[in-house]
Design a binder for this molecule. Sequence first.
Ligand code: IPM
Ligand code: MN
Length: 359
Amino acid sequence: MKLKIAVLAGDGVGPEVCEQGVKVLKAIEKKYNHEFTFTHGLVGGSALSAKGVPLPDETLELCLNSDAILFGAIGDPKYENSPDAKIRPEEGLLKLRKELGLYANIRPLKVFEPLIHKSPIKEKVIKNTDFIIFRELTGGIYYGEKSTSADGKSASDTCNYTEHEIDRVAHMAFKSAKSRRKKLTLIDKANVLETSRLWRKRVKELAKQYPEVVVDYLYVDNAAMKIIVNPRKFDVILTENLFGDILSDEASVISGSIGLLASTSIGEKSVLFEPIHGSFPRMKGKNLANPLATILSAAMLLEHFKLYEEADAIKNAVEKSIEHHITTPDINSTKKFAHTSTVGEFISEYIIDKKNILY
Ligand code: IPM
Ligand code: MN
């Protein structure tokens, strides 16, 4: 298969983890005779420094002309620590999501058996956890009108949702639930927020089209507790933009490291694959960041194009790297931890030729 992949590595550890994602995709290309092209584009703080904007037109153009996007991370303390900064690196990602119509962000969470002890939560609580968060990605408070008063003493963010915005992501979540354990949980704050009441109304209505799916409703505060106390109860979680952002970071604690969680963003004009973690500026350039979330995002990319065997080859190699402790310090507290690039190399080599790997 021919695939044009745009690589937006971004800031912080983004470039080093993306490099591993590309390395692994090149191994797949070679092993399975595909033709992938990789074109890099600037985004975030690095684009701000080079071009004065966090999402240059040529980057957007590149994305629109590609089959898929592999994204690293965004955010740079140089801009973050200044509340007066006019433009922030994050705006690059937000604009990209909006321009490409990436309205559904899919964040699966699974526990890797050999890493179960890495989680601060008890093994018996998290064993066999397997759920997916469907986070609405182009609406809500992220995109509502914002303002700060002239004297700087008050500020506002507005949260808006339309039926249309809710329905399209809800359908995706229902379909996913139908193909899994047939349970969907809508997480909202319907006891307080009008937008949440609209979400509930729509989901109740749409549920009629999916009679085999059992739907339940949780307030976000309660859900934040239940995700930690009883994570196995969840199958498909559907939620709005801000709650999804918060709950997915929280959920990553179950897996033992946020460096393990991959995501797909899907919608109207493109598909984007990215780790859920941030740019982790303190780790930048140290070759210590965990590349597995990006590598697993590359596997999600292949799955999107129905290259299931190839995606499984990546997932198997990732499991092998974990089994053989070829892992970065976040999940390997021994002196024999591996560097970011070593993890990428191991996984690529394992894909190309399992037998010749020495461990
Ligand atoms: C994420 C990130 C982004 C978000 C930031 C970088 C804007 O935290 O993808 O979860 O809030 O959506
Ligand atoms: Mn986030």
